[in-house]
Design a protein around this ligand. Sequence first.
Ligand code: G4P
Length: 534
Amino acid sequence: MNAPATPAKADPVARRRTFAIISHPDAGKTTLTEKLLLFGGAIQLAGEVRAKQNRRHTRSDWMGIERERGISVVTSVMTFEYADCVFNLLDTPGHEDFSEDTYRTLTAVDSAVMVIDAAKGIEARTRKLFEVCRLRDIPIVTFINKLDREARDPFDLLDEIEKTLALDVAPMTWPVGSGRDFKGAYDLAHDRLRPFGADIDAPPLQFAGPHDPAFQALAGESVGAQAAGEIELAREACKPFDEKAFREGHLTPVYFGSALKTYGVRDLIDALAAFAPSPGGLDTASRHVDPRETKMTGFVFKIQANMDPNHRDRIAFLRITSGRLARGMKARLVRTGKSIALNAPQFFFAQERALAEEAWPGDVVGIPNHGLLRIGDTLTEGEDLVFRGVPSFAPEILRRVRIGDAMKARKLREALQQMAEEGVVQIFSPRDGSGVIVGVVGALQLDVLAERLKAEYGLDAAFEQSRFEICRWASADDPAELAKFLRAYPASVADDLDGAPVFLASSAFNLRYEQERWPQIVFSDVKDYQASGG
Ligand code: G4P
């Protein structure tokens, strides 16, 4: 690639690239993250992403679950600079039981990198995560990884992406061989190649075309001839890169490489600098907010508890959507109308946290607090705005919580309320006054809940089957109709954390039956956190 056209340093919005990496476990997300950090100047830190996670595991009790099962429950943010751009890489948990966390994180990015294992192609979880990206038409750059191993035919892989994801593909580079014969990825637009195994800072070699004897000599006889044929075919048959289609989420540029061998990673980061979108505007219930407005606004998409067990702190991750956040400023928490002082906003680097003196749209800052901030909260400089789109998904598992000591019922309620505000679980309070029901998407969430109830509140909780299996948010255009419906089923109606009514069904049949009986009621399996007004 040409050196990317990079934005002027003076324009903080144009410089920002806020993105996430989506992939099936084992495709190479962690390895790629390390290598991106390496290019981002955090060289001494690269290679320590894993180590850092391990250290964190040993730091707090409830994360023992992660340690035992070798999964990452933690979502974190990494900020680094490259080519005059500021990159904010939002990490997401690998395990699908924590997919709600991932979905919320994806509401805070402007683009995503999809990592695919070249031997495996599109896997189940890649497809699911891609579908979430599609809900918001997030532009996606594809990195086909592990070319240093035997790989599937590149046309096959591209075809699979196109067919299974209904996404146009534009190969930007083309793999020359794979496994032991891997020679590098050929830049289709510029006839260049960085030889595989060369120094990562070595400039690419320029060729007259894939039949250039110099290229053929480098590739070797059989690999060279096959690569030349494929490159010609790719140029003829594949869609050219179209920036507009990419930005609209309809086309993905594709790069080939090996994260482990730090190959193709520079192409990828150059691509992000050159054409991944800078922060865009965002809709609120009342108006569109442009990132270049002068007043600061932002929304909380994640709460992380226990990052430092020495201070029982909770960190709310705030994505800035407009204006400039300056340390010490006062912000209005729209849900409560209260003013809060942003005295210690923090940036995250691979290993460290540091006070953020200022932050701009696209940046994510951590705001330490003791339970004041919740997922979905909007902060402004005074205006009553509520951002849409930090979603809540109908849980797939519903359980009643039982504790041995009835005297601790109140403490349990408080603890569950806290956990729900952090997004660890969802809670539903039945209108008939019976015990709270917790809802989760994946069973591991229940394990985290149990460990945290014990470690932080001294509560020994057990989870019991509830008679409900399905939960749907109920709404209707006509408030009278909704009220009538809710009154009709006091034993099957509950309120969520925000007081929004949900219908609890004992089976899919039961749900379908009520849907037919109450055609004016909308039974929804997704809810914006603040849709009910909080
Ligand atoms: P994940 O975060 O997506 O789950 O994947 P991760 O980066 O942890 O990579 C999964 C495995 O794949 C790791 O091997 C890693 O070294 C390997 N890997 C990642 N990228 C490449 C690549 O480009 N080429 C090759 N050949 N392997 C790659 P592991 O043996 O499971 O872990 P480790 O012992 O190496 O840490």
